[in-house]
Design a protein around this ligand. Structure first.
Ligand code: NAD
Length: 182
């Protein structure tokens, strides 16, 4: 019998507890899950501070922490491409075959729907707090970000000194500060 395999794509900047809840929920319904790390080539910017490799590390450790059977998932970094209309083919070229997509992202849903691939909208898990933007903002402002991500991800973030990185890449040039005051 063919395996029921789904695809979840996420930027995961960084991996947080919402992602883990969606992964666990989806694995109750399918045999295998392909987890595509989106925008894999992006890093060191305020909205994409982590490299593709760092996000693979976070996800691998978090799935182990949550006791997810490693024979049930594939982690695949996916670089962005300039043409949205060709993106689904690009993703299909890089991933094992799948029968549906799990995404709450409207553009992702639209592009797969146009190629006749069905999608499921995941349930929202504490979306106000379990969001990459919220985690990054809290890191920047020295607020509690640790409770929003798995413990293993906290360790990776400390290992790669990511809080310091995020603060550095937000630092403005003196000339920019002077211009802001004008
Ligand atoms: P994300 O990390 O924000 O979210 C990943 C998934 O988890 C989404 O489906 C989101 O709805 C879900 N999620 C997140 N927090 C949740 C919570 N608390 N509860 C429930 N669900 C939650 O990533 P994203 O922005 O959806 O990633 C899409 C990726 O696809 C991006 O990297 C984007 O660049 C890529 N993309 C690329 C192209 C192209 O290259 N042309 C086109 C379309 C999309």
């Amino acid at each position: 019998m063919n395996k029921k395999r789904a695809l979840l794509v996420g930027r995961m900047q960084p991996v947080h507890k919402g992602h883990l809840s969606v992964i666990q929920e989806t694995l109750n319904d399918v045999d295998e899950l392909i987890i595509g790390i989106g925008s894999a080539e992006k890093s060191h910017t305020p909205s994409n501070p982590f490299t593709g490799g760092e996000r693979v590390l976070m996800l691998t450790k978090a799935l182990r922490e949550y006791d997810v059977d490693p024979s049930r998932y594939y982690i695949i970094p996916l670089e962005d491409i300039a043409c949205n209309s060709l993106w689904v083919s690009h993703v299909k070229m890089l991933t094992p075959p799948f029968c549906k997509v799990i995404s709450g992202n409207g553009l992702v849903q639209q592009l797969f729907e146009e190629e006749n691939i069905p999608y499921n909208e995941p349930h929202l898990f504490n979306r106000e707090e379990y969001s990459g933007t919220e985690v990054r903002n809290r890191m920047l402002n020295d607020e509690d970000w640790e409770s929003l991500v798995p413990e293993s991800v906290v360790k990776v973030i400390h290992e790669i000194k990511a809080v310091e990185r995020i603060k550095k890449i937000h630092k403005k040039e003196v000339s920019e500060l002077i211009n802001e005051k004008k």
